[in-house]
Design a protein around this ligand. Structure first.
Ligand SMILES: O=C(CO)[C@@H](O)[C@H](O)COP(=O)(O)O
Length: 230
């Protein structure tokens, strides 16, 4: 069995840093009310080796520490860690293998996004915030059972039809999000829940108005390339 001792000091240094980052980011899931009990997970892929760091399965967020984070290869084989990795490890690994631009993956069961997932409806792009973050609707992916890479394949296959979108609502299950790092994926999870809630509220008031696709593209380009500090 391969262990961290088989990797260079540079890789081991990055593992230490990413363990700290991923452990800290799990607190953002509870901060933004995206999870109940242990129902969500965060991972980040390393830049220096084909490894990833993910939450241990079923461990409460207040008990998570950098040292409890599990290191696996991109086939889900444990390389370092005292506890079993997340239930979704194989799916996170599949996403990393098939989306080379992705270095962060998050899964939650946040209430409003999961309610949309239960209906099988995409969240329509009726908010400027959706143009900004998603560049269109938040799509629904196929129903898949938990524990294999099937969910990961469903996420990748769905996002092929939605280039640049960082979120998929896996039907009857909940949101999976991706990003250039774990923090970006956590942000996408928080924004997914926010727009799921807002669009649901809009549908209680009336019929939300669609945004012209050309304007959605302009919103997304500005937000992705101009917004914020550069
Ligand atoms: O979706 C599911 C179970 O329905 C899992 O993703 C859990 O919600 C989190 O599992 P662990 O990461 O703690 O194994």
């Amino acid at each position: 069995m391969v262990s961290l001792a088989d990797y260079s000091p540079e890789v081991r240094d990055e593992v230490k840093l990413v363990r700290e980052q991923v452990a800290t980011l799990h607190a953002q899931l509870t901060r933004w009310n995206l999870v109940v009990w242990t129902a969500g997970n965060v991972s980040q892929r390393l830049r220096s080796a084909d490894l990833m760091v993910i939450k241990p399965s079923g461990v409460r967020y207040e008990h998570l520490t950098p040292g409890s984070m599990v290191v696996t290869d991109l086939d889900g084989n444990v390389v370092d860690g005292a506890e079993a990795p997340s239930s979704d490890t194989l799916s996170h690994a599949y996403i990393y293998r098939h989306m080379p631009e992705v270095y962060g993956v998050v899964h939650t069961h946040s209430t409003y996004a999961t309610a949309w997932a239960a209906t099988g409806r995409d969240i329509p792009c009726v908010l400027t915030m959706m143009g900004d973050e998603f560049g269109g609707p938040v799509p629904v992916g196929p129903f898949e059972l938990i524990g294999s890479e099937a969910i990961g394949k469903g996420v990748v296959d769905t996002l092929k039809d939605h280039p640049g979108c960082p979120a998929v609502l896996m039907r009857n299950h909940g949101p999976f999000t991706v990003g250039a790092d774990a923090e970006a994926a956590v942000k996408a999870a928080a924004m997914t829940e926010e727009v799921a809630h807002t669009v649901w509220a809009a549908e209680q008031i009336g019929t939300p108005k669609p945004i012209d696709p050309a304007d959605i593209a302009k919103l997304n380009d500005r937000y992705q390339h101009v917004y914020g500090q550069h």
